[in-house]
Design a protein around this ligand. Structure first.
Ligand code: 6PG
Length: 257
């Protein structure tokens, strides 16, 4: 379980995504100032679409030339499949911003099988960081959370075995689509981790995660170090106990956990 947590609750997803845009740009600008680049891993699923569309409105050419986008996970489906996280990211963000194609690092899904795709994806990721002459890390990882507490494609019923890999295959008949996912090893090296969770269907799992410390993959991120930031809309926060210790931070209620 992350030691240090910050929870921000917003009345609407519009206010949440506005705040998240400022949060991401602040991290990005500091990273670019310090290291000349901003390396971010972006979640799949449906929740982030509204945010990606808002981020797509930020069209600064120089900014995007210093941004590198990775995925947190992908389904092993063709890039034009309705199930493809890359297709979702392309249609909501990548098609609208001047990011150089070489700065977009999707997981490989055009391979003979998911094992080959994962091997190539990991090789490419490791080579990217070797070229930068630095340890593999992300300046920011934005993650979603499923109703069962999964995050990326790290599921309670199916976790990668080898803990030193950065990328793993998830292939379990109980899980829709074969998956390629960042591992805890890759995620936990991030300088910043943010969980983006909206909608009443996530209210129960968020109560279990934030108040019962249930042992699910979303609670195994950043075990032992670092800070996890949670951005929830009021529907996803509906089942949390009324916070005793909170402050207003712009459009957000910042809850000290
Ligand atoms: C995926 C995701 C996954 C997602 C959660 C929440 O490939 O589905 O990366 O981890 O973030 O399942 O999904 P929703 O945002 O669609 O609720």
């Amino acid at each position: 379980m992350p030691i240090d947590r910050e929870l921000f609750i917003f009345d609407t997803t519009h206010k949440l995504t506005n705040h998240l845009l400022k949060y991401l740009l602040n991290i990005a600008e500091n990273a670019i100032k310090a290291r000349g680049r901003f390396i971010v891993a972006l979640a799949g699923g449906k929740t982030p679409i509204e945010f990606y569309a808002k981020l797509a409105g930020f069209e600064d050419l120089e900014f995007w030339s210093n941004v590198h986008i990775f995925q947190t996970d992908e389904r092993f489906v063709p890039v034009d499949s309705a199930e493809s996280n890359y297709r979702m990211m392309k249609e909501s963000l990548l098609d609208f911003v001047p990011i150089p194609l070489v700065n977009v690092h999707p997981f490989m899904t055009e391979a003979k099988d998911v094992q080959e795709a994962t091997r190539v994806s990991q090789k490419d990721m490791r080579e990217f960081f070797i070229d930068l002459e630095c340890e593999p890390y992300f300046d920011l990882v934005i993650l979603g959370i499923g109703e069962d507490g999964h995050t990326a494609s790290l599921f309670p019923t199916c976790l990668p075995q080898n803990n030193k890999e950065l990328v793993a295959v998830i292939d379990n008949s109980a899980i829709r689509n074969q998956r390629i996912t960042l591992t805890f090893e890759a995620i936990n090296k991030a300088k910043n981790i943010l969980f983006l969770v909206t909608g009443e269907d996530k209210a129960n799992i968020m109560r279990l995660i934030l108040e019962q410390n249930v042992d699910v993959p979303a609670n195994r991120v950043l075990v032992g170090k670092g800070k996890a930031v949670y951005f929830l809309d009021k529907d996803a926060a509906r089942r949390l106990a009324t916070p005793k210790n909170f402050e207003h931070d712009g459009d957000a209620v910042k809850v000290i956990i």
